[in-house]
Design a protein around this ligand. Structure first.
Ligand code: PSU
Ligand code: MN
Length: 308
């Protein structure tokens, strides 16, 4: 489908349209982190600050969402506020996307549907906090985030701080390998674990320069190797959490989820919320810091890629 045919479904914000027309770099941002990942008003402040970081770097932000059935590429201030405050917003993965659009509903985009939206709009890079992945115990629950399948098929690179150890990080890396998705460490040899810089899982490639990451993206897609690239950017040392503390919080959260019979799409938000409660809000500050850090790196990669 071309961009003009997409008009029937999609609204591209004026700022984003201008950037497209001038061939200027655009970075996509997700909205599940706003609607379901952080409490108000920190969610709104964080979303606005991310957009500001991009603009200050000369990059246009395109926060993605579905509002009243319209696919949004770039949100106005009022729309951001709506996503940050409304209870009438569905966490939307790929299976939910057409349903929400066809029925005029509201959806917050996960990494999966942010990638999908970015692909439709022709945006090569998404910045997020952490990607979904293979859950612990997936060998019996089959709970594997759709994020990984969108990464497998859509030509969109994703900057993240790795994934939380609510997931099985080793299995997540295996799954990405099977589907041909390169995972590169930014200034690290190890897959970061979101709140902490290390996970014990070695990555195959360390990249120290945003320019080189942009070259990797271009080369991969020039060669017709479809799918994304995961850029794993460790949380800054000063913002990282104590490894034992966070692991304990995650263990507790996992046990609570089991006891309460949480499953399916509720699993990730439940675990995130419980970890937040157990760590008394410290994890929220770390979460915000790593999102800003990813946004800064995303801006540099997007600018380098725009010159390729
Ligand atoms: N991990 C986080 N924070 C988040 C998410 C994951 O540390 O906010 C969100 C992202 O939007 C991600 C989604 O795409 O959860 C994955 O959900 P699921 O596991 O249900 O696929
Ligand atoms: Mn799931």
């Amino acid at each position: 489908m071309t961009l003009s045919n997409l008009k029937a479904y999609m609204d591209i914000a004026p700022e984003v349209r201008e950037a497209f027309e001038a061939n200027k770099p655009v970075v996509a941002l997700e909205s599940t982190i706003i609607s379901h990942g952080m409490p108000y008003p920190k969610n709104l402040e964080t979303a606005k600050r991310c957009e500001a970081i991009l603009r200050e770097a000369g990059v246009t932000p395109a926060t993605t969402a579905i509002i009243d059935g319209r696919i949004k590429v770039g949100l106005s201030e009022d729309e951001l506020e709506f996503m940050a405050t409304s209870k009438d917003v569905i966490k939307s993965s790929t299976r939910d996307y057409a349903h929400i659009v066809a029925n005029g509903l509201n959806g917050a985009t996960t990494v999966a549907t942010s990638i999908l939206t970015a692909r439709l709009a022709g945006i090569p890079l998404l910045v997020t906090g952490g990607i979904g992945g293979v859950h612990r115990g997936a060998e019996t629950t089959m709970d594997i985030s759709r994020d990984l399948q969108e990464l497998a098929t859509s030509d969109v690179a994703v900057v993240c701080a790795g994934c939380k150890s609510i997931l099985d990080i080793g299995l997540t890396l295996e799954y990405l390998e099977t589907f041909g998705v390169p995972v590169v460490g930014y200034q690290t040899e190890e897959m970061p674990a979101f709140f902490t810089r290390r996970s014990g899982h070695k990555l195959d490639y360390r990249y120290d320069d945003p320019e080189k990451i942009a070259a990797l993206m271009k080369t991969k897609w020039d060669l017709g190797i479809h799918g994304g690239v995961v850029v794993a950017n460790p949380i800054p040392e000063a913002d990282a959490m104590d490894e034992e503390l966070i692991e304990k919080a995650i263990e507790e959260a996992l046990e609570d989820a089991k006891k309460q019979g949480i499953s399916g799409k509720e699993t990730t938000p439940f675990l995130l919320q419980r970890v937040l409660e157990v760590t008394g809000g410290d994890s929220l500050e770390s979460n915000i810091a790593l999102v800003f850090n990813n946004t800064r790196l995303g801006a540099e990669i997007a600018k380098a890629y725009a010159h390729k």
